[in-house]
Design a protein around this ligand. Structure first.
Ligand SMILES: Cc1ncc(COP(=O)(O)O)c(C=O)c1O
Length: 395
């Protein structure tokens, strides 16, 4: 859905002409510091102190976040039943156990089910802002504060969106964004970790740079080093993302305008409801989410002429019941590296089954997404709204 064009080409030309594609270039030699500049700009946009751009995407941002927080074996991490499987596998990557909780009609983590799934082992909660729609950060934040847990925001699908006037990613102890090909802004792959906290930032920096292989990058660490992974971003990524960032306000405003128009026009239509939203103003407008009484109605609506709808239940590994490797505990390249075999993880909540979150399955099967194209003109928007109205009337 991202927009891309000549401006990115121009910036890439400039970076290539500098003959330095490595983020740790030398400004004295004319190297551009694109990644470092993007990190500052992204942190300012989100409203946090620190941002770390990552080659590894939203997955790497989640893993760096959990590693920075010291989450590991013996810990449970609550994740929603509706999210890309990477949210759950990020917890497994650091040796912790994902506990799968229901989403509610807002399509985000249900705070009531989170409360039911808390245990003495719970260490973190990961609300996911799916399809640009914010989770209930107020209630989830309150739960984490009351129980002394970490709040890890997975904002991979909500680059630049907000909740109650503050950007998502800035509510949690750490936040994760993705810039892969399906996202609101993109450089093909890549992501960002954000935090307000200097120690967490330093730990994420260490983790993302295999023990700060390049010590010039981290002469000012406030914590001891340890060996992590390698997720350094390149100047190519930084240059593209800096242009993408400039496109973001216009893109969000177009998406939001079209979504609002759909919702205003369809709110009185028969047989459908606009899905409740934790903050309609902060929503990015990636989808118009409509809900029906039954799956049969949702499917008939989605395939009606001119609607071009899709059901979230059909989105494969975004639905927990399709997380085969997790449900079957097939994790890691070696049995001793499988967190489910770790002695500290015995007795944790690992009793998974494909029908363990029936409410999520029901909601996802009764919901239809219509995806606005930010470049639709007025007549296209009207035609599509009319198609939706007709399809609803015909149910
Ligand atoms: C909700 C969510 N979390 C995490 C990820 C992982 O992001 P990436 O593919 O950039 O690693 C995605 C990617 O699609 C996602 O949608």
């Amino acid at each position: 859905m991202y927009r891309i064009g000549d401006e990115e080409v121009e910036e890439l030309r400039r970076v290539i002409a500098s003959k330095n594609l490595f983020r740790l270039g030398d400004p004295a030699k004319g190297h551009q510091q694109e990644v470092a500049r993007f990190e500052r700009e992204w942190a300012d946009l989100i409203g946090v102190e620190y941002a770390l751009c990552l080659s590894g995407g939203g997955t790497a941002a989640l893993v760096c976040g959990l590693a920075a927080l010291g989450v590991g074996p013996g810990d449970e991490v609550i994740v929603p039943a509706y999210t890309w499987m990477a949210t759950a596998t990020a917890a497994l990557s650091v040796g912790a156990i994902p506990v799968i909780a229901e989403v509610d009609e807002t399509l985000a983590l249900d705070p009531d089910d989170v409360e039911r799934k808390l245990s003495p082992h719970t260490r973190a909660i990961i609300p996911v802002h799916m399809v640009g729609r914010p989770a209930n950060l107020e209630r989830l934040g309150e739960i984490t504060r009351r129980h002394g847990l970490w709040l890890v925001e997975d904002a991979s699908q909500m680059d630049g969106g907000s909740y109650k006037g503050r950007r998502v990613g800035s509510w949690g102890d750490v936040g994760a964004f993705s810039f892969n090909d399906f996202k609101i802004i993109s450089c093909g792959e890549g992501g960002a970790f954000v935090t307000h906290d200097r120690t967490l930032y330093d730990r994420a920096r260490i983790y993302h740079d295999s023990l700060t292989t390049f010590p010039t990058f981290a002469t000012d660490l406030s914590v001891e080093t340890f060996v992590g992974g390698q997720y350094r971003a390149s100047e190519i990524m930084g240059a593209i993302l800096r242009v993408q960032l400039q496109r973001l306000p216009g893109l969000l405003s177009d998406l939001r305008r079209i979504r609002k128009r759909f919702e205003e026009e369809l709110c009185g239509a028969p047989n459908l409801r606009i899905a409740p939203n934790n903050d309609s103003d902060g929503d990015c407008g990636v989808v118009v989410a409509l809900q029906f009484d039954t799956e049969a109605q949702a499917r008939a609506f989605a395939r009606a002429p001119g609607v071009h709808g899709g059901l979230p239940i059909d989105t494969n590994r975004h639905v927990y019941s399709n997380w085969g490797p997790v449900l079957e505990k097939r994790i890691g390249h070696h049995p001793d590296m499988n967190p489910y075999n770790h002695p500290k993880n015995q007795g944790l909540q690992t009793d998974y089954s494909p029908d363990m979150c029936p409410r999520t399955l029901d909601i996802l099967a009764r919901t239809v997404y219509v995806k606005p194209d930010p470049d639709w003109d007025e007549s296209e928007v009207i035609t599509r709204i009319e198609a939706c109205r007709k399809a609803a009337q015909a149910l």
